[in-house]
Design a protein around this ligand. Sequence first.
Ligand code: FAD
Length: 468
Amino acid sequence: MDGLLAHLRQLLGAAGFREDGDLSPWEKDWRGRWPGSALAVALPASTEEVAAVVRACAAAGVAIVPQGGNTGLVGGGVPDATGRQLVLSLRRMNTIRAVDVANLTLTVDAGCLLTQVQAAAEENGLLYPLSLAAEGNCTIGGNLATNAGGTQVLRYGNARELCLGLEVVTPQGEIWHGLSGLRKDNTGYDLRDLFIGSEGTLGVITAATLKLHPRPGAVMTALAGFSDLNAALRLIDRSRRALDAGLTGFELMSAHALGLVQQWCPPMRSPLPATPWTALIELAAATEAQGQRQLEELLGDALACGDITDAAVATSLSQAAQFWALREAIPRAQALSGLNIKHDIALPVSAIPAFVSETHAALQAALPGCRPVTFGHLGDGNLHYNVQAPEGVEPATFLREQEALVNALVHDRVSALGGSISAEHGIGVLKREELARRKSPVALQMMRAIKQALDPQGLMNPGRLLPD
Ligand code: FAD
């Protein structure tokens, strides 16, 4: 081990290697749920340095935890408590390598922040549409490793759909140069798609070629209040028919979720009178006038037939930003209110009203007074269905004592309705056992075979994603 540390010290220099002092920014996850202890932190500045670090670790039999912005919510990017895993942070690799306007692509280092990538596209009059509340802190490598979703999936797809090529350092320390910007390439197994969503267990993503889109002429945002989720389904259906690909976002927020924002993130509050549910609707249009007309027609019809009770259309960019800020503040408000039991589930959109009412009733029967915080990307069938302790119960105690029961109750319903236990955040440490229970044995066997083929030493992020 000493030989490895001495080698890395020399290879990476003072700027690229940390072994003493406070390593907590790399050892502690965003929620503070899985504090770990790192052997050391490597911060390589180039793909060649990443490859050299990986080769040295492979020779010494030392496990690597790839890390980007460390905003992951399932404990996949922090070391375990043994003090024997090396954190490999990509944060110093943050160069925009190339913008190809003619072919609508952007090639970037994996450690670029998502906001940096969005800005590079914008500077060239184009759009990189991936957008999530952690965008100022998460990296494109982490986004791809988790196949991140966010608020624009309805129109543009998730991180997988927005990636054309990858550069990857394999667990043996070889470099796979797959930075193609081609939109079509049927030459066998799709290696790019294998690494996307693999949560650092198959190799280290060092760069990506991303798909850009033209910027819409105008983007309009509105809030709508309604009392039941079946009305939300009718509103989605109406929006799709009226706007087609112009519908770029349809977010759901429960009254309790908005109440937490009001309580913990003042002065933020919804401009609408309180209703059980609020939707944030976003559309893209050729011109502002066209977008305004489409949105007013849509909401006017929904009001006339009683599907919604109130609506507000943002009249300026800053008001639109305020509407989005309400939605994006929910995870922070929840974190400030104490630990809660998180679920990031996908369901057929049509099954969501039944899921919410049945799960709510079952939770109340099992744990009277517990408080679901329901919000998410309703248009994609993705709910963040989180459960807070009853009033007066200490959140950490609730989490420790009731997490297994609540998870079983929520995930059993998800499975019964044909859903998934992870829509966006991935498996990490948090859902490994659930994956073992819920994934088919044939699927698990194929996943293990892939891992064994690419990482036979099992040194890439062990203890994450794949169940033991
Ligand atoms: P990290 O947290 O550093 O790592 C995440 C995983 O990817 C780990 O398993 C790690 O080992 C692996 N990894 C990281 N970089 C690499 C690399 N270069 N090569 C190989 N493996 C790597 N997620 C969504 O999908 N949608 C949302 O709407 C959303 N909203 C969020 C809001 C908040 C407030 C927060 C805190 C998180 C949110 N997330 C969301 C979760 C998180 O932001 C995403 O998972 C993000 O993609 C993680 O990126 P990161 O750079 O922080 O990765």
